[in-house]
Structure formats: C-alpha cells, structure tokens
Design a protein. Structure first.
Length: 384
C-alpha cells in the first residue's frame, strides 16, 4: 500500500498467537504475535469458507495453532498468507526480551522519570534490556530468579516473599553488570513502590505485563497512517475486556501526533470510527484469518522451526512487521561502540549515586555530555 495516498475507511480484524497473559517466562510459548488484517466482512467470509472446504478443516473454524501441526494445515495457512500479502501487519515479540523491557520500565524509569527522554534517546533502555536478556541465557539461574521475582511483583503488587530482586545477598556467580542492576533496584525500591501503588495486581494492572494492548495500539497507529478512519474487530480478550480507555480516546480522533525517540518518529494517534468490537471468531470470519496469520508469524519467528514454511514466512517478515515489535539486539551491548561504553559507565554512575543517596537526575544531562566527549577523545581500551 502506498502511504502517500491515505484511503477512507478500513475494516480491520485482529487476533493473537502465544497469549500467556502476565506469564512471559512460559517455557513453550516463547513468541507473542498480534496480527491485523484489512478485509471487508463479505470477502473474509468467502475466503474462510473456501479454505475450510478445500482443506477439510474440522469444526468449521480456522484455528492457526492447530493447522500448523500438520503439512496440510500449513498449506492452508500459507494460502491465506499469500492471498492477503500486503494487507496484513504483525507485531511480534520475544517474550523474555519483552519482560526485560518491562523491567526497565518499572524498575529503572520511576527513579529517572523527570529526564527519561534523555535516557531513551541514547538507548540506555535497550542496553539494560539486552543485558538482562543476555544474562538470562548465559548465566541462567540467578537471572531467572530475578525475572521470576519481577514477574511475581508485577502480577500481584506484593513485595513480600521476593527471593532476590530487592535482596542485598548475591549469588557468587553473579556478573558485575547484573550486580549493578540489582543494586540499583535495591536502592530505588521506594520509587518502584510508589509507581506500583494501587496499580499492579488490581483491575487493568492485573495485565500489566501482557502485550496485547500495546501491540493492538501500535498496529492501529500504523494503519492510521494509511486510512482516515478504522473499524476494529478483535477476538475476545481478558486484557481488552479490562481496559479500553486509551482506545476510546481515539474515537473520531482526527489529529496526527507523533513521538520522537532515538531518532524515530512513531505515530501516537489514529481515528477509530467506533469502540473496539470484541467478537466471537466463529461469527466474524476475518478474525479467524487474522488468527492464522498470527500463528504463522509466531511459528516463523521461533528459530527452532526450520521447515520450508517457517523459512518462507520469515522471508516475508520485513514487509509486514511493524515498528514496536520487540526482539533482542545485542549490537546494543557491543563495547567496541562508544555509545555502549557510555551506557555501561552511566549504569555504574547511577548505581553509585543510588548507593550514596544522591539525586539520579541532577546534572545527569551534563554528565552524559561529558562522558560522550571524553570517550570520543579516548575510548575505553578493551581486553582482547
């Protein structure tokens, strides 16, 4: 589609694959995909009935997860994908990395919120998130316990019974960077408590780690760049049932606003014709088709899957994946880069300030400018 020519109204269908709610450490469901499909109802009904009849799909409903268990089902899903090529968008996330991103948002950001844009613009959040993700795979147990503690905290809002997240005792095998991250958490616990007070574990807060709302919002914002107005049909979802306030604020919203972070402009608004339609996929055929697309790209983004369909669909990801999809990128940990050296020094500075009870934000912009200039003149010497 040509983004230069905005069209009138889009009928959009949404569904997900890999939903595990607040449990982002789920062992078997590693990838979350939320898919969106532009298609009028009559066309969706026609294609759905064609696929069901051609591939002898039982129960009269397309379920992507079930279809991917067999070769015939994969052919059915592939036919859907090829038919709608260019008419769907997906948001895909590695759930462990998404959890690492949430860690930064709820453990680090409350203490630096007054100047948070400064940290986002130098990709400090990505440095922390990627470091946590790497620790989870390299060191295992200690990082896993920290992540489990964080997940339990966000699910319940209860600080009691946490094993290691805010504990002064450390595992002997802990890395220096992970120790700094833990020390930061310990000494900024009050900021975290204030941030979560009356939110986590209550109402919409029960789903604070879930990726559904964020993915749906990002997808709608992307479609809003192509269409004047959007009508959204979503499969029934507990997180969406709990909280739709941000989507209601977009009804008949005609202004175009963007956020600018780390050199990238991202849309913040879109125009919904009506409130989200939370529907039964058996009744609204387009949602069944979106389910198939979501299942396919969750399957393709799991590197354990290497069959011809996984490889084929991976080749289509760049065309259909939206900005805001969440995957690790270890380039943000490459210490040969000055910006990564700066973020490592900045973490050490924030941790030391936290231990001493000093302000984390006072003079921090000037400090960042200072170390940036210093590193450009004399980069850190790395051991070979």
């Amino acid at each position: 589609m040509n983004k230069g020519s905005v069209k009138t109204n889009a009928i959009l269908h949404f569904d997900e694959s890999g939903f595990t709610g607040n449990n982002l450490l789920h062992k078997r469901q590693k990838i979350f995909c939320y898919a969106s499909l532009e298609c009028p109802h009559d066309e969706a009904k026609k294609i759905t009935e064609h696929i069901i009849a051609k591939y002898h799909i039982q129960n009269g409903e397309i379920k992507g997860g079930k279809l991917l268990k067999g070769v015939r089902g994969k052919r059915a899903v592939d036919e859907i994908i090829q038919y709608f090529k260019g008419r769907f968008k997906v948001s895909v996330s590695d759930k462990k990395y998404a959890l690492a991103g949430k860690f930064f948002e709820y453990i680090f950001e409350p203490a630096i919120s007054s100047v948070n844009s400064t940290f986002y613009n130098i990709n400090f959040h990505r440095f922390i998130s990627n470091m946590l993700h790497l620790e989870l795979f390299v060191r295992g147990a200690m990082a896993e316990e920290i992540f489990e503690d964080f997940e339990n905290l966000m699910r319940t809002g209860d600080f009691e019974g946490l094993k290691v997240l805010f504990s002064a005792s450390k595992d002997k095998g802990i890395s220096p960077v992970l120790e700094q991250i833990c020390d930061f958490a310990i000494h900024n616990k009050e900021s975290v408590i204030e941030e979560l007070d009356g939110y986590a574990g209550e109402g919409a807060g029960k789903w604070v780690l879930d990726l559904t709302n964020t993915a749906l919002f990002s997808l709608l914002a992307e479609w809003g760049q192509e269409y004047d107005q959007l009508t959204a049909y979503c499969d029934q979802s507990k997180p969406l049932n709990e909280d739709q306030e941000i989507f209601k604020a977009m009804i008949n919203r005609e202004d175009k606003k963007f956020t600018h972070i780390a050199g990238i402009d991202s849309p913040l608004t879109f125009n919904l014709k009506e409130p989200l339609n939370l529907v039964d996929s058996k009744v609204v055929h387009g949602v069944q088709l979106a389910d198939a697309v979501a299942a396919a790209f969750a399957y393709a983004c799991d590197q354990d899957n290497q069959d011809e369909y996984a490889v084929k669909w991976r080749g289509m990801i760049e065309e259909h994946l939206i900005f805001g999809s969440v995957f690790q990128d270890y380039d943000h940990l490459d210490l040969s880069k000055i910006e990564v050296q700066r973020n490592a020094i900045l973490l050490q500075e924030l941790t030391e300030r936290s231990k001493k009870g000093m302000s984390l934000t006072e003079g921090i912009v000037e400090y960042i400018q200072f170390i940036t200039i210093a590193l450009r003149e004399t980069p850190l010497e790395l051991q070979k």
